[in-house]
Design a protein. Structure first.
Length: 155
């Protein structure tokens, strides 16, 4: 009987941890994507994060070592060139956090990352890549997440 209870205890513990892992950063942020033509073969791509509850998403420059900054990586495409780095649009908060022993930069509720892209032809293609990010609240940080994206360009 003791072995059975021990087994159930371990099983419950494992299931609890796997359930917590599934509630990571990706579950607290929803992403939407858009592109608009801003010139001849020139496009502005928007990647908007909507952050749930009382969580916050770290900026591309988090401010200190520790929190995972939001990083956008673009997959090379011979039909596109990426112009500079993504710009952040939103209400950036800079706050001293004892947990990180310094001032950190983050966004609450929503932030949009805007990237200018130049197309080499008028052919329809897509900008592909991934966004790596982490969210925290006043009590805990969730495991970092990586979200792939594919945004239609041109055509």
């Amino acid at each position: 009987m003791k072995k059975y209870i021990s087994f159930l205890s371990v099983l419950f513990l494992v299931l609890s941890f796997s359930g917590f892992a599934q509630m990571g950063s990706a579950k607290q942020v929803s992403w939407t994507y858009a592109s608009k033509k801003i010139g001849d073969k020139r496009y502005e791509v928007s990647m908007t994060a909507t952050i749930a509850g009382n969580y916050h998403l770290y900026a591309q420059v988090a401010g200190v070592e520790g929190p995972v900054p939001t990083t956008i990586t673009f997959t090379p495409n011979p039909l596109l060139t990426v112009d500079g780095k993504p710009m952040e649009q939103g209400k950036k908060i800079t706050k001293m956090e004892e947990a990180w022993d310094g001032k950190v930069n983050f966004y609450e509720k929503t932030v949009t990352f805007v990237q200018v892209v130049n197309a080499k032809t008028k052919a329809k293609t897509s900008l592909n890549g991934k966004i790596e990010f982490m969210v925290c609240n006043d009590e805990l940080c969730l495991p970092p997440a990586e979200v792939p994206f594919k945004i239609a360009i041109g055509g």
